[in-house]
Ligand binder design. Structure first.
Ligand code: MG
Length: 417
C-alpha cells in the first residue's frame, strides 16, 4: 500500500451548549464548551479528525501554521511528527503538546481508515468493548435561559446524583468541588455518597486547599467508598505530605501530566492514581506509554476529561479499550452536553458505560451541518473566561484558597447565549 501524505490541515472552532453552567475551583464553564475541530486531509482524499480544547482565531492560526511543517509528511510517521513539531527542548519556547495531540488523533484516524481497523487495533487491540464512566457531578448555576439545572444546596447535590444514576446507570460518582468552604462540601459529599449506596465516589477540589486542610478532609472521608481523592493540593511535595496522613488513594491530573513528572512520582511517590488525558499528554499513544510506566510501578490509572466533544471522546474510548490497568471508571464531561458535532449525535451511555467505536479509524464522522451551526454560534458568542466566575466579577481564587463562594447565595447569573 502506498503511503499517504498530508495535503491540508483545517481547523474550525465551535461552541456547543451545556445543560447548565458548571462551577469549579477556578471559575466556571459558562454554559458551553469551546473546542477546535481539526481535519487532516491526505493526498488520496482521506480526512482524519482531531479535537483540541479552547479555540478561536489563535488556535485556528496555530494549526494553519503547522502546514509549513507537515504538508507532504507521511501520516504513518507519528514519532517523526512528534519531534518535528513538539521536540521537548524546542518546546521550551513554543509548547505544542496539545496541538500534536489533535494532529495525532487525526493521523491515527486516517491510518485506521486506510487499514480498515479501529484505532484501538493499531494500539494493541481492545481488551474491553465498553469503557465504564463515572458521573461527573458539578455544582451548577441555573441555566439562564430556563432557570433549570441549579446544583448548589445539599438536596440538589443528592437529587442530581440520583437522577444521573437513574438516567445513565453510573456506578461511580465524581464530585467536582473547591467552590464552597470545604466543611460545607464535606457535608455535600457525604450526602452524595449516602444517596448512591454501593457505588464508588471520588472528590476533586482542583488543588485549591492547604496541605493541612487536605489532611483534615481526607481523614474525614476515610470511611466512604472512595475511588480516590483527586488533587486536594497543588504540587508533588504537598501531595506527598497529604499521602503521609490520609488513607485514601490520591489521584492527579494536575501535577503528573508528562513523563518527567511521572518519573519523579515513580521515584518518590506522591500520587497513587494517574489520570491520563489524551490532550495533555500529547496523544493517545503517549497515554498508552504512560499507562505502561504506571503498570510497571503498580500505580493506578484512569482517564481524565478536559471537556470533550465526540472526537475527543472517541480517543478516550480507544485508550480505555487497550490499557490493561484501567483501574477505575473514566471521567467524562460528556453527559453535560446538549449536542455533538458527530454523525448520529451524542454517543449513548448504557449501564454507565459507552461502547468503543468499531468502525475504521476513530469510528466517528463529522456532521458538517452541526459543525457549521456551532461554528456560527462560536462566531456570535466568542470565547469565555474559564478562570472567571460570571456571578463574582473581580474574584481571584488563591492557592490555597479561602475566598469561597457562598452556598446560600441563590442569585442568578447573566450569561449571553
Ligand atoms: Mg481533576
Amino acid at each position: 500500500m502506498q503511503s499517504a501524505r498530508i495535503r491540508d490541515i483545517r481547523a474550525t472552532t465551535v461552541t456547543v451548549p451545556l445543560l447548565a453552567p458548571l462551577r469549579h475551583a477556578n471559575g466556571c464553564h459558562w454554559g458551553r464548551f469551546v473546542r477546535t475541530i481539526v481535519e487532516v486531509e491526505t493526498d488520496d482524499g482521506a480526512i482524519g479528525l482531531g479535537e483540541m480544547g479552547g479555540g478561536g482565531e489563535s488556535a485556528e492560526a496555530v494549526f494553519r501554521a503547522m502546514k509549513s511543517y507537515l504538508l507532504g509528511h507521511e501520516v504513518a510517521r507519528l514519532e517523526e511528527m512528534r519531534f518535528l513539531i513538539a521536540n521537548p527542548t524546542a518546546s521550551l519556547y513554543n509548547n505544542r503538546t496539545q496541538v500534536l495531540a489533535a494532529l495525532e488523533f487525526a493521523c491515527l484516524d486516517i491510518l485506521g481508515q486506510r487499514w480498515g481497523v479501529p484505532v484501538c487495533d493499531i494500539l494493541g487491540g481492545r481488551l474491553r468493548d465498553r469503557v465504564p464512566f463515572a458521573a461527573y457531578c458539578f455544582f451548577r448555576y441555573p441555566d439562564p435561559r430556563t432557570g433549570a439545572g441549579e446544583v448548589r444546596t445539599v438536596d440538589q447535590v443528592v437529587a442530581n446524583a440520583v437522577a444521573l444514576k437513574k438516567d445513565y446507570g453510573f456506578t461511580s460518582f465524581k464530585m467536582k468541588a473547591g467552590v464552597f468552604h470545604p466543611d460545607w462540601e464535606l457535608e455535600a459529599y457525604r450526602a452524595l455518597a449516602a444517596a448512591v449506596p454501593g457505588c464508588n465516589v471520588r472528590f476533586d477540589p482542583n488543588g485549591a486547599w492547604s496541605t493541612e486542610q487536605a489532611i483534615r478532609f481526607g481523614q474525614a472521608i476515610e470511611g466512604l467508598r472512595n475511588d480516590y481523592l483527586e488533587d486536594p493540593v497543588y504540587g508533588l511535595a504537598g501531595m506527598r505530605r497529604v499521602r503521609e496522613f490520609v488513607r485514601v488513594p490520591l489521584a492527579t491530573n494536575t501535577v503528573v501530566v508528562n513523563f518527567e513528572q511521572l518519573a519523579a512520582n515513580a521515584l518518590d511517590t506522591a500520587c497513587d492514581v494517574i489520570l491520563l488525558d489524551t490532550t495533555f499528554w500529547g496523544g493517545i499513544r503517549a497515554c498508552v506509554k504512560a499507562a505502561g510506566v504506571c503498570e510497571t510501578f503498580q500505580l493506578g490509572v484512569a482517564v481524565h476529561s478536559s471537556g470533550e466533544l465526540g472526537i475527543q471522546l472517541a480517543t478516550m474510548l480507544h485508550l480505555g479499550a487497550v490499557i490493561p490497568n484501567l483501574s477505575f471508571a473514566a471521567d467524562a464531561h460528556y453527559h453535560h452536553l446538549t449536542d455533538d458535532i458527530i454523525e448520529g449525535g451524542l454517543l449513548p451511555y448504557e449501564s454507565g458505560s459507552i461502547a468503543v467505536p468499531t468502525g475504521p479509524g476513530l469510528g466517528v464522522r463529522l456532521n458538517r451541518e452541526k459543525l457549521r451551526e456551532y461554528a456560527e454560534l462560536y462566531k456570535r458568542l466568542g470565547g469565555y473566561p474559564y478562570d472567571q466566575d460570571p456571578a463574582r466579577p473581580g474574584w481571584t481564587p488563591l492557592i490555597p484558597n479561602d475566598r469561597w463562594a457562598d452556598p446560600l447565595d441563590a442569585s442568578e447569573v447573566k450569561i449571553p447565549y
